[in-house]
Design a binder for this molecule. Structure first.
Ligand code: ATP
Length: 354
């Protein structure tokens, strides 16, 4: 089921009449059968968007389509959605089985059929053996699987997940997100996954939608958005360690950073913001771009060099090199910059300069 949002806008009004524009002119098409990560910092409007798709919030403007059907005015229970929240919201006095069967009772599905469907969903999410337990006898990860089974048992057209992993510890989060991906592939259900965690979104999404201040910033496959950010916000939001940001200039087709020429461009002369990914620095004998290493962290194959920032003494630059390079704190290292890891942005608007 393809989902289309057209000009979706939500404005909250407080008692004193002050307005918060939570989502503004939001246009996206979510292809059928895909898992889309809705990603952005806290307060950017992710949950508001999800709740409008679910029908729990009414947009001030714009339309929502499921396939060709306009569902903007449709009641939540008629939309055919499965919704999973961060805090599972299981009924504590009911068993796992009763929790999963609950939506089917509301739909008046005969009990024998409901039991079979509940068991199928429990097996799908890997908790088929725990049907008689109460929620408090389950781990956080198991509880979240019950919530997912309960959302899926109605055979929804769309699965909506609002920060479903944030209550889990790091290892369980990793495991459960892989499970969600597997379940999504097995069921082929169009899924929207809200998270503020870029790594989570990048790892499981077919496409990510990046939001900031209620606006769509970029949509694309995770690697594509990382490799070709449309603007400074996207470049800064994606990547760990984050992209290094400097003030620079374009002079006659050459990109200048602190008096060194680090690349070429066809863009006209101007002051620019330069972004260089940590993996965009290449140790080189010939380059005249030299930086002094402050700290060295080696994890596996990668070594991160923490370098006193060349422009701002309050900050550090982070550079990732292969750990076969034996670098020590205090070393002065010469670098060249890999052109495909170097980005230029408009100083005023943050838009990408190509
Ligand atoms: P988080 O990751 O913190 O959940 P989010 O990206 O999901 O954030 P939203 O919950 O959609 O963000 O909120 C978007 C904006 O709308 C925020 O500025 C928030 O304060 C505001 N907002 C959300 N709900 C209401 C409400 N009921 N009344 C007034 N303002 C609201």
């Amino acid at each position: 089921m393809e989902i289309k949002l057209q000009g979706l806008t939500k404005i909250f009004q407080a008692k004193d009449k002050t307005e918060t524009v939570a989502v503004k002119d939001f246009d996206i098409t979510i292809p059928s059968g895909k898992l889309i990560g809705l990603l952005g910092p806290s307060g950017c409007g992710k949950s508001t968007t999800l709740y409008m798709i679910a029908g729990l919030l009414k947009p001030n403007n714009g339309k929502i389509f499921f396939g060709d059907e306009d569902v903007t005015e449709m009641a939540p229970e008629d939309r055919g959605i499965g919704l999973v929240f961060q805090n599972y919201a299981l009924y504590p006095h009911m068993t796992v089985k009763q929790n999963i069967m609950f939506p089917l009772e509301n739909l008046k599905v005969p009990k024998a059929e409901a039991i079979i469907r509940a068991q199928e969903m429990a097996d799908l999410v890997g908790i088929g053996e725990l049907m008689e337990r109460k929620p408090k006898q389950l781990s956080g990860g198991q509880q979240q699987r019950v919530a997912i089974a309960r959302a899926l048992v109605k055979k929804p057209r769309v699965l909506l997940l609002d920060e479903p992993l944030s209550n889990l510890d790091a290892r369980l989060r990793l495991q459960t997100r892989e499970e969600i991906k597997r379940i999504q592939i097995e069921t082929g259900i169009t899924t929207i996954f809200v998270t503020h965690d870029q790594e989570e979104a990048m790892s499981i999404s077919d496409e990510i939608v990046l939001m900031e201040s209620g606006l769509k910033m970029q949509v694309g496959e995770p690697q594509e958005v990382y490799d070709v950010p449309d603007n400074l916000f996207v470049a800064k939001f994606l990547g760990t360690p984050p992209i290094n940001i400097y003030k620079g200039k374009i002079i006659k087709g050459e990109i200048e950073l602190n008096g060194s020429i680090i690349g070429k461009t066809k863009a006209p002369d101007q002051e620019v913001v330069i972004g260089i990914r940590p993996e965009g620095f290449k140790i080189s004998k010939t380059a005249d771009f030299e930086l002094e290493v402050n700290m060295v962290e080696t994890i596996g194959r990668d070594t991160t060099l923490i370098i006193n920032d060349i422009q701002d003494t309050e900050r550090s630059s982070r550079v990732i090199v292969d750990s076969s390079n034996k670098v020590k704190p205090g070393d002065k290292i010469k670098f060249t910059i890999k052109p495909n890891k170097l980005f230029l942005f408009n100083k005023e608007t943050g838009e990408k300069i190509t």
